[in-house]
Design a protein around this ligand. Sequence first.
Ligand SMILES: Cc1cc2nc3c(=O)[nH]c(=O)nc-3n(C[C@H](O)[C@H](O)[C@H](O)COP(=O)(O)OP(=O)(O)OC[C@H]3O[C@@H](n4cnc5c(N)ncnc54)[C@H](O)[C@@H]3O)c2cc1C
Length: 437
Amino acid sequence: MTAPRRAFVLGGGIAGIVAAFGLRDRGFSVTLLESRRWLGGRAFSSPDPATGWVLDNGPHVMLGCYRSMRALLRRLGSEHAFEQDTKLRLAARDARGRHAQLRLSRLPVPLAMPPALLRLPLSWAGRLRALRGMVATLGRTPPEWSLADWFRRRGQHGEPDAWLWRPLCRAIMNVEPELASARDFLATLRIAFSGSAADAAFWLPKRPWGEIVGEPALRTLLADGVDVRCGARVVRCQVTDARVTLLEVADGEPIAVGERDVVVAALPWFAARDLWPALGAAAQLQASPIVSAYFETARGAPHLPVDGPVVSLVDGDPFHFVLRTPGADVRRFALLSGGNRVFDGMTVDAIADLARSQVERHYPGWAGGRAATVRIRKEQLATFVAAPGVAVRLAPDRPAAGLTNLWCCGDWTATGLPATLEGAARSAELVVRGVGG
Ligand SMILES: Cc1cc2nc3c(=O)[nH]c(=O)nc-3n(C[C@H](O)[C@H](O)[C@H](O)COP(=O)(O)OP(=O)(O)OC[C@H]3O[C@@H](n4cnc5c(N)ncnc54)[C@H](O)[C@@H]3O)c2cc1C
């Protein structure tokens, strides 16, 4: 009897976990090598020493249309850890205190969107332009256009930009429309918004991400017979005759890769390009940060008005969203900023001050900010930037870097999606299909 083929999965984020399960299901003997002490990658949580709170590295929200992620959550027994909305609810608030709810009915999104627009505080001309913009999302868009170009050419500047498109762009692309590829943004909108109301609805985690993915993934992978090695950073790989033949792990024994074995790099782009410079332009991507400010208002102090679980701060600067964990104490909420470089080099105290000032601006009359406890989480390399005209993304369903036994997956590979949990999970499914033949 021949021994099973071996698969070495590098990286234990969402892509690595999905790849490890998938290859194990296909009969491979799987070893997962993760540099950190835990699994989950960019969706993780850790205890905050000052307060004892368990905080995510930043709030992560899913959509109903995240099918590959939902398959992973089912396998981990974590689907119940989400409040699963059946239709999109997004609140918005500007610095003049105007607020609104974009609330879709249960009709398919294309039918539900026009009446929902009536709820936004736009002029009639603004609503009409926004409607025209929605129709224009179906049209063709040159790859070199930024989303801001698309706004200009499709008459979406001003009110539609501020109340509708910019919040969606920040949520989906994690950069401002000036830096985002219009084509990638519109493709994602079509996936989320062309189907049922439930596809476009938020799935909001009720538990920290470590409990949703990292911890159950470790348990379940081990139970399935995967050899999981945390604290194992791959620092070098040897290539012979267009094949990876050896993996070197920091402070560990080198691992020989046999002739029938495969290596799946489920690493972020910057780690993959360090190991395999031959990945070239496909891994030369820019990164965009996410900064989160977790608040708890003092006991007895007025709590922040509850507009909904996700509130877009219209013209918000430097923070863009307020998020609440379903079922959490009303005194708790988080501010989130995506793609804003203003925090670079700033101390956490200075960031907390900015966060307090901004909540006071968008919630005039709310006096709870100064006495609130605020904890900051900063992720400099949160997502890659899906910029206009970006180099062709790497295909996860075939071998990479000119090597016959190396496959790459991760949110940055060619999934048709921006940097998302779903993109990461989907890319790994593509690798598994490719490797499994
Ligand atoms: C704060 C924040 C908020 C976000 N919010 C959302 C959201 O609301 N919705 C959404 O869909 N997406 C969100 N994202 C994006 C989402 O988290 C990512 O797209 C996804 O987690 C990427 O998964 P991945 O497996 O491709 O990569 P990663 O999660 O980066 O996994 C790669 C793994 O490889 C490991 N590694 C690196 N180098 C080595 C090495 N040399 N050897 C071994 N292991 C190595 C890393 O430690 C890591 O665990 C957010 C990201 C951040 C940071």
